[in-house]
Design a protein around this ligand. Structure first.
Ligand code: WTA
Length: 727
């Protein structure tokens, strides 16, 4: 293909003739307040006849596509936040601007991305006050873009197609691989074409259930490319949990994998997926198509030989199937508020919530926080150890690094296999510059002993990050002093599935850290601390952590239940987004997260609702009642402590414990299995029948001297009995 046919500054034909102008008529994006995901399944997309990415892939001189985007002006404003923040003074000035005029601030940041059509001047609006009407958040109204285009095509078109995009490190040392941006784009396009052939189009939900292989981010990007909505289900979830999530979002297509190894344990994902599909079918929901990635050194033949179950007509093997589909696929330009993904997370009630994120705001915020939190430059090798089944993997393994043209490390294994030196060896092997992990992993490695660090230099490291739970100062110092040899700032990032990106964090080298504090809010984030009566506290204080205004990647809804979204996050204190966390603000204005104030437990950085575990235990026929509390755990941060009241006449025994434990594993997943099951004579309840959870938390944590007032209990003697029966 000859590049010279295209004048400099023009876009390849496929882009130029694309559907953007028809798109407003074709699409049903999110209405400001009510989510409408689905365009009817199977509605064909409009495609231009001649996809021409090939041209662009070999034409590095082509100007970036944004230069001719319809609606863009010839004189572009200077993009904001292109350079790293050097000082607190610089931060203060920019932060003040982000609060004073968020629309222009984020508009200027968004200039760094490709928009097929630019947003309107008044692109931002919101309502956080339930008493004033429906909750809604809108950013970049009028704009059309595509996050996959920004994460892949943009870099390929500017001549970086041969740069590595992902580096894969398998479970066993020596099993590894790599893909360039061009290779990833090819596979994304093939998969996108396969999905279109299954009738998947804009707004359709696609479920993804895979281990940490490069095909997992590829699957996410392929959905985004065609405007489909991905719902990644963590590979540690059980069949029950997967089924519930597929049913909830009506996923007709599942992207999965035969299985994988985690340390010495074989994970049979396809078997679990099959069980889940059967469960869906028995409840009236059909999964039509299943694409199975053969994660085996001998490919499909090896996976088949290993006995992977396969249903003819419904299942197809990823590798041979995609080889039949073209490696070119047009981009679906979508409105900024078009749904990008659902991610189910635990809340105070039993059923997990499908947190909904949309395209434009999420893209701008995930990319910008990645860049500034980690001082990330294009081409940097960035390693986030999170699984794409959680929000951290979405924002900081897949989208954030790729939007910044970094090289993202995808690790299938665990940090202790085959030895606790594995992480440090990977850092040296790939010359990782930024390493982002969870405090629980650090605590477990710290316990294994410092000697595991000695065979590695970790000289490539420049920034270290933590996420998911408070980091205790001991682990912070170990990370900073030993892992980073005292050279690298530690960035303690506080945020949530719901926030889509970092909210409170120290920008590296811009202001002093305090071990254990996430320090200051990111641009556009306005935290507020309230007392329990809803009064705003000023200066040094401690209370409930709220947000006064939206940031670009605010969750837009709970899928299929906007009311729950409004009640859960905005109902408790009208006018604010309620984080569910407590926080303290010190004299320097630094924030210290004190932990969840609702019924969510944080086990090894995984959010688990007490109600979910309780209902799994209570499903056992011998259980009369169960109540679950978190307690401090030296490695996992929090452990799960279950108080179980057995039915009259049932004699407690170890077999019963095992069965209840198994119930949790099969309903949720092994990671949610209780650490302790306490046969309780009864539960501490108020006269109105409400369980006094504060008392349970204290008993679980061995803090019986801090029980507080128990006089409102219907039967106060139960407290003593519980303490006596604890083992
Ligand atoms: C907790 C994970 C203290 C917090 C990105 C939050 C933290 C919940 C931190 C969200 C941190 C996350 N310090 N606590 N740096 N980061 N948390 O949705 O309780 O899985 O509400 O998102 O984790 O967990 P989620």
């Amino acid at each position: 293909m000859k590049c010279s046919a295209l004048p400099a500054g023009s876009r390849p034909q496929a882009l130029a003739t694309h559907t953007s102008m028809q798109a407003p008529l074709l699409l049903r994006s999110l209405a400001p307040s009510v989510p409408k995901l689905a365009q009817p399944a199977g509605t064909p997309l409009v495609h231009s006849s001649l996809p021409c990415y090939r041209k662009s892939r070999s034409c590095s001189h082509l100007a970036s596509a944004s230069s001719t985007a319809p609606g863009s002006t010839t004189m572009k404003p200077q993009p904001l936040l292109t350079n790293f923040i050097q000082s607190k003074e610089e931060y203060d000035a920019l932060y003040a601007r982000s609060i004073a005029d968020p629309a222009s601030f984020w508009g200027d940041v968004a200039e760094q991305f490709h928009w097929e059509k630019k947003w309107d001047p008044d692109h931002h609006s919101f309502n956080f006050d339930v008493t004033k009407g429906p909750i809604n958040v809108e950013w970049f109204k009028g704009g059309f873009t595509n996050i996959c285009y920004n994460a892949l095509d943009r870099h390929v078109m500017t001549g970086h197609g041969n740069q590595h995009c992902m580096l894969f490190e398998g479970n066993e040392p020596g099993s590894d691989g790599a893909m360039t941006y061009t290779q990833v784009l090819d596979e994304v396009c093939r998969l996108a074409n396969w999905m279109k052939a299954q009738g998947i189009g804009k707004g359709d939900c696609v479920a993804i259930y895979m281990p940490m292989v490069m095909q997992l981010p590829i699957a996410m990007l392929a959905c985004a490319r065609i405007g489909a909505v991905h719902s990644v289900v963590f590979g540690g979830f059980s069949a029950d949990a997967l089924a519930g999530r597929m049913e909830d979002c009506k996923a007709r297509v599942l992207l999965t994998c035969n299985g994988g190894m985690r340390a010495t344990k074989k994970i049979e994902l396809k078997q679990i997926a099959d069980q889940a599909i059967e469960m869906c079918a028995s409840r009236g929901h059909t999964v039509d198509s299943v694409l199975v990635f053969a994660n085996h050194k001998d490919g499909v033949a090896g996976a088949e030989a290993a006995g992977t179950p396969f249903t003819q007509g419904r299942d197809a093997w990823w590798q041979p199937t995609l080889a039949e589909f073209p490696a070119l696929c047009d981009v679906a330009w979508v409105p900024a508020e078009h749904p990008l993904f659902l991610l189910y997370t635990s809340g105070s009630t039993g059923k997990p919530k499908g947190v909904l994120h949309t395209t434009g705001g999420y893209m701008v915020y995930a990319a910008t926080t990645t860049k500034h939190a980690f001082q990330l430059q294009p081409g940097d090798v960035f390693w986030c150890t999170a699984d794409c089944g959680w929000i951290t993997g979405h924002s900081y393994l897949a989208y954030g690094p790729l939007l910044n043209r970094a090289v993202s490390v995808v690790f299938e294994g665990v940090p202790t296999h085959p030895t606790p030196a594995r992480s440090w060896e990977i850092i040296d092997k790939y010359q990782v510059k930024q390493f982002y992990t969870a405090p629980t992993a650090l605590r477990s490695l710290m316990r294994s002993g410092d000697e595991w660090l000695s065979s590695t230099s970790r000289q490539s490291l420049q920034v270290l990050g933590t996420v998911g739970e408070p980091i205790n100062p001991e682990a912070w110092h170990w990370f900073h002093d030993l892992v980073g040899n005292g050279r690298c700032p530690v960035v303690d990032t506080w945020w949530q599935t719901e926030t889509g990106g970092h909210m409170i964090l120290p920008l590296p080298r811009a202001w002093p850290a305090k071990p254990g504090s996430a320090t200051l809010p990111f641009f556009g984030v306005e935290p507020v601390i309230l007392d329990d009566k809803g009064v705003e506290l000023q200066g040094e204080c401690e209370g409930l952590l709220m947000m006064r205004r939206p940031w670009p990647s605010t969750l837009r809804s709970v899928y299929g239940d906007h009311k729950r979204y409004e009640e859960n996050y905005f109902g408790p204190y009208p006018g604010y987004y309620f984080t569910g966390d407590g926080a303290r603000r010190d004299k320097d204005g630094y924030y210290w997260i004190t932990g969840r104030v609702d019924d969510v437990i944080n086990v090894s950085g995984h959010r688990i609702g007490t109600a979910e575990v309780e209902s799994a235990i209570a499903a056992h026929h011998d259980c009369a009642e169960a109540a679950v509390a978190g307690y401090e755990h030296p490695v996992k941060g929090q452990g799960i402590y279950a108080f179980v009241v057995l039915k009259e006449g049932v004699v407690p025994n170890d077999q019963l414990k095992k069965e209840m434990w198994t119930n949790v594993r099969t309903t949720i997943g092994a990671f949610a299995a209780p650490d302790v099951i306490h046969w309780a004579p009864g539960l501490p309840k108020t006269r109105s029948g409400k369980i006094m959870r504060r008392v349970l938390r204290k008993i679980a944590g061995g803090q019986e001297n801090e029980l507080g007032d128990t006089s409102t209990l219907a039967d106060p003697s139960i407290v003593r009995q519980l303490i006596e029966t604890r083992n």
